[in-house]
Design a protein. Sequence first.
Length: 249
Amino acid sequence: MIPPEAVRAVRDAPSVVVLTGAGVSAESGVPTFRDAARGLWAKYDPTRLATPEAFEADPELVSRWYDWRRERVAACAPNPGHHASAEMERWLTSMRRGFTLLTQNVDRLHHAAGSRAIVELHGSIWIWRCLGCGTEREDRSMPFAEYPPRCADCGGIRRPGVVWFGEALPHAALDAAERAMRGCGIFLSVGTSSLVYPAAGYARQAHARGIPTLEINAEPTPISPMVTWSIQGKSGEVLPELLRLAMEA
Ligand code: OAD
């Protein structure tokens, strides 16, 4: 049950900020971080592979792992939660309201669903950066010809353009998120365990500034007691329903 006040808050907000996490992609078949990795890679701990130290120690292993993740994601399609986010952006933008999607996800399924105002807080597995010349470009070729993949320009080793544990988030993403938060009239946190900062801090920032906050998650999280409304459910079901109600209200 979505509280009518939450529906009205989405309908009336001058600007909406939506933060998404792995739970939004889960219904597309992309495993969340806190799920155990299945199959070939089950024996590897993501928190140990997704680090600069792991890549330094074994760039072949880490780039093979990311190539496996890219192949997994390439087989996944956006789900109704992704489509509802894109539709909400189009609807609000058509009414000259603000909309920003902050995502922790690196799969670009939001892009595939048609979202445009996206801030990739943790980068993307489709972006690869050369450690030699710094060239950064989207690379959807699969599988890689060699591990680690090499730069076509300088022959340097390329790494995934994602934020690894222990690394700072891209300044441009942080700046864009802060700009979005300044004008925010309602903050939605969807499909995230709200454990990893700074992403997990935006809901607290909104709450501290008296901005209505709405959480949609399959299970309670540390922000559930704090937010204005906490809805326990699947993003692929609740987000489309929230959008339908807001558009009809
Ligand atoms: P998590 O795996 O930590 O949390 C996913 C959340 O989504 C969990 O709370 C699930 O209960 C919930 N969930 C699962 N299926 C859902 C569904 N269908 N609808 C709604 N909720 C659902 O993933 P994140 O919170 O995204 O950081 O993890 C945050 C960051 O931790 C990741 O971006 C990654 C990791 O360290 C980096 O890689 C830097």
